[in-house]
Design a protein around this ligand. Structure first.
Ligand SMILES: Nc1ncnc2c1ncn2[C@@H]1O[C@H](COP(=O)(O)OP(=O)(O)OP(=O)(O)O)[C@@H](O)[C@H]1O
Length: 240
């Protein structure tokens, strides 16, 4: 069996207390193995963002366990949690979240430099990561001089650079036209083929079809956990 990169076991997250308490997640169990792309779908308010925040260590569970690469996040001191987040977890958001005043290579190198990697080595890793997602030639360009699809590729390079083993993607194709959106999904699949685990929140069933499994949430609980309709390999082959 493959290595589990992300495990949430019987997780509850209650926001607030008393009469105003909101049970955002209840008894939620999800596992994502190395190499797996898992899509999360569900209506607004079903707990998708709460799930991503817990998986990325940005929020803490009220009950249950959250493990990344075998490490129980609830047991880490804030400083160790911050380090694990920086080293192991990459985020991709709908609005790219690149720093406007930094070039593509500087954006991708930043998490490495924050982690103590020397600037020259960080830049080399960044340029390699950019090349792997097909935008190596844009290394010295600012975000404002790139298309949305190019910016999202840079964001993916930033999410996977270094030793990151988990990508958390929140509607990463939302701001892109459908063709560019599919390229981004193909890229995520390619990263998974290299052993990264990815959790993809999407409202689009066509995009969820790129995943190995689709998890449906309702009222903070998993109501269905199923294989996607299409074979990812056949999608990869189409137009790749
Ligand atoms: N900080 C908070 N304080 C109080 N309630 C919260 C907080 N964050 C989320 N909630 C509530 O928890 C529930 C789950 O919210 P969450 O944002 O995780 O859902 P979602 O599925 O991501 O929704 P959407 O698709 O609209 O982004 C909702 O009822 C929401 O109002």
């Amino acid at each position: 069996m493959s290595e589990q990169v992300l495990e949430l076991v019987e997780v509850d997250r209650i926001h607030g207390a008393g009469n105003t308490a909101v049970h955002a997640l209840r008894g939620l169990t999800i596992r994502v193995a190395a190499g797996e792309l898992v899509a999360v779908m569900g209506p607004s308010g079903s707990g998708k963002s709460t799930l991503l925040n817990l998986a990325g260590g940005l929020d803490r569970a009220t009950a249950g366990q959250v493990r990344v690469a075998g490490v129980e996040l609830g047991e880490l001191a804030p400083r160790d949690l911050a380090r694990l987040r920086r080293r192991r977890v990459g985020y991709v958001f709908q609005d790219f979240n690149l720093i406007p005043s930094l070039t593509a290579a500087e954006n991708v190198a930043l998490p490495l430099e924050l982690d103590g990697v020397r600037p020259r080595a960080a830049r080399e890793h960044a340029v390699t990561a950019l090349s792997e997602v097909g935008v190596g030639e844009l290394a010295d360009r600012l975000p404002q001089d790139m298309s949305g699809g190019q910016q999202q590729r840079v964001a993916i390079a930033r999410a996977v650079v270094g030793e990151r083993s988990l990508i958390l993607a929140d509607e990463p194709t939302g701001a892109l036209d459908s063709e560019t959106g599919e390229q981004v999904l193909r890229l995520l699949r390619e990263r998974c083929a290299r052993g990264v685990a990815a959790l993809l929140v999407t409202h689009d069933a066509g995009h969820a079809a790129w995943a190995d499994r689709v998890v449906f949430l309702r009222d903070g609980a998993v109501v269905d956990d199923t294989g996607a309709q299409a074979e990812p390999e056949s999608l990869l082959g189409a137009g790749a």
